[in-house]
Design a protein around this ligand. Structure first.
Ligand code: HEM
Length: 144
């Protein structure tokens, strides 16, 4: 499949992921840090929605295609296994946070305080998944 869609599609995915990560950071810096909850909620909701589409339509099917090969040589394919694991964790945490805020619309400040550490952990894991994805892209398409 990768060969049939080729580098332009992977490049679009890479650029989309960099843009969504930038929106996530903007939501933190211009949103929650300034207590602009509307900006924050708009940013994280958009990021999770866009990201869920990319991951479920592109990355998860690709991961299932490659997981057997990756597990047969885990030391060689460490970055793929790490990317899939960290990416799944980041997405699960981000999605849980978004759902939590959607269900508790009346208490943003209290909820923001309570979930602060989880949000930082999500941004951290998200960044690691993005860096591993970019490394994977470089190995697959640029350094071949
Ligand atoms: C925060 C979460 C994630 C981020 C930021 C992220 C980012 C990226 C980026 C930038 C790429 C390189 C673009 C490409 O080659 O198509 C990539 C590729 C990939 N990702 Fe993710 N990803 C995340 C979550 C996941 C998850 C949950 C899975 C599946 C379990 C996954 C599986 C893959 C696979 C299989 C590829 C290689 C696609 C290919 O064959 O080209 N990713 N990811």
């Amino acid at each position: 499949m990768q060969e049939s869609v080729g580098v332009p599609f992977s490049l679009i995915v890479l650029v989309s992921e960099v843009v969504t990560a930038a929106v996530l950071l903007t939501g933190w810096l211009l949103g929650s840090r300034r207590m602009e909850f509307k900006t924050h909620h708009w940013a994280v909701n958009t990021v999770i929605a866009v990201h869920l589409i990319i991951v479920s339509l592109w990355m998860v099917p690709r991961a299932f295609e490659r997981i057997g090969l990756a597990l047969s040589s885990p030391l060689v394919n460490w970055y793929q296994l790490a990317h899939d694991t960290v990416g799944t964790l980041a997405l699960a945490m981000g999605t849980s946070l978004v759902v939590l805020f959607l269900l508790n619309r009346g208490l943003p400040l209290r909820l923001l305080r309570k979930t602060r550490k989880l949000m930082f952990a999500t941004i951290g894991l998200w960044t690691v998944a993005l860096l591993l994805g970019a490394y994977w892209f470089l190995l697959a398409w640029v350094l071949v």
